[in-house]
Design a protein around this ligand. Structure first.
Ligand code: ARG
Length: 407
């Protein structure tokens, strides 16, 4: 942790102002303890005597990146049946390495949307206690879903009598599950509104939670001050989740025109993980993913990318999220190439991973831009990411809360 009184000044050759959508030249950021105290032109900057100077005058400086869809306790090579031998405790320890890799890649905040135990909550707390390094975390605990659905474990025969602990059927059971997650440390509620790719025996296009169940979940979660993220590939699940009032749609692969219109009207964020198709198709078999999962990916992967462009053109709000854990942790920034290929400007892609993500987290007062008062979560790259956001795969400098993590 940065000392409370320590003053650091960063000289930035270029600085991305994600709020204005512009790049400023020759700026100085002053940091006191863990927060930014001022940002402005170097020529007129008042740098207190004795401040430590960090010279990034040949680089571009921007706010730390935010990934809204991670599974830090997951590992891509534990696909399909490989996952069954992994204890919750072991999974939490996978998370220690994943947290470091994610932070070193420039992602200073993540929203972790589902873990088998409360390993995500333990990780968050251990990072906050300074036991090891990792991004700021907002965590969900168990992903909540129907029996036999994407958030259940369907690999075992009935005589093994195994049900995932996030399973809840019916409005009141689902409300109780939300209360349980809140009790044990969830900051956000994750639900499975539709089937999925990496689950056995269901279809991404088929709805799982009913409108009535989702209304109960959202009502309960919002009452308890938690936002709701809904895994939803299929068009009807997306529509009902938005109507129920969820805060973000995850994947949104098969979204239709009505879904895009509803998302725009209700201000629901779309978090579309359009990189991991590459990993699933190239490495999935080796990683143990089921043949049916790879077959499902072949159907939804390209449609999702095309629908990313449609949703963008349709004016839906978008935040950056990748589903890390499905592909190796630390490769999160590889998604920027696809966001550009499917229609975003580099600046829009950066905004999706900073200011928009901060908005969806409810953390606009803390992270997401280089603004006085916010945490000093700062990264740098050699090139100009506002010209080409794929530069973000080559982060050279990472600071989290005033502490230099990588240089
Ligand atoms: N967790 C998601 C699922 O199993 C991953 C989907 C990955 N594919 C994609 N095209 N985004 O449904």
């Amino acid at each position: 942790f940065a000392d409370a009184g320590k003053v650091v000044a960063i000289r930035a050759g270029r600085l991305v102002d994600v709020v204005a959508g512009t790049v400023l030249k020759d700026q100085t950021i002053v940091i006191t303890g863990e927060r930014i105290t001022s940002v402005g032109p170097s020529a007129s900057a008042k740098v207190p005597a004795g401040a430590q100077l960090i010279d990034l005058s040949s680089q571009t400086v921007l706010p730390g990146l935010i990934d809204m869809h991670t599974h830090l306790t997951g590992d891509p090579y534990l696909g399909g049946y490989n996952a069954l031998g992994v204890s919750d405790t072991r999974a939490a320890l996978y998370g220690v390495r994943a947290a470091r890799k994610t932070l070193e890649a420039g992602f200073t905040t993540v929203r972790n949307v589902g873990a088998s135990g409360f390993g995500d909550v333990a990780l968050r707390d251990a990072i906050n206690d300074g036991d090891f390094i990792g991004p700021r975390m907002r965590t969900a605990g168990y992903a909540i879903g129907i029996q036999g659905g994407h958030c259940d474990e369907n690999l075992l025969p009935p005589d093994m009598k195994f049900t995932s602990r996030g399973v809840a059927d019916g409005p009141w059971e689902a409300r109780a599950k939300v209360r349980e997650m809140a009790k044990y440390g969830a900051d956000v509620i994750k639900i499975c509104a539709s089937g999925g790719v990496l689950s056995k025996g269901d279809e991404p296009g088929a709805q799982q939670y009913t409108l009535e169940e989702m209304q109960a979940i959202v009502g309960e979660a919002h009452k308890l001050g938690r936002k709701v993220a809904a895994h939803a590939h299929g068009a009807s699940s997306i529509r009902d989740a938005i109507l129920a009032g969820v805060d973000s749609i995850e994947h949104a692969s098969l979204i239709d025109d009505e879904g895009i219109k509803l998302a725009r009207e209700k201000g629901t964020y779309l978090v579309m993980d359009i990189y991991n198709d590459d990993f699933i198709l190239q490495e999935g078999e080796k990683a143990g993913m089921l043949p049916e999962s790879i077959a499902k990916e072949k159907v939804v992967g390209q449609i999702q990318r095309d629908n990313f462009r449609k949703a963008l053109n349709g004016g839906a709000k978008m935040a950056f999220g990748t589903d890390s854990g499905v592909y190796p942790h630390g490769d999160n920034a590889r998604q920027f190439a696809y966001m550009i290929k499917y229609g975003m400007t580099s600046m829009q892609a950066i905004q999706a991973a900073t200011i928009n993500a901060a908005d969806l987290l409810g953390w606009k007062d803390r992270v997401g831009s280089l603004t006085a008062g916010k945490f000093a979560d700062i990264i740098a790259v050699k090139g100009d990411p506002a010209e080409n956001a794929t530069e973000l795969t080559k982060v050279t400098f990472v600071m989290k809360g005033g502490e230099v993590i990588r240089k």
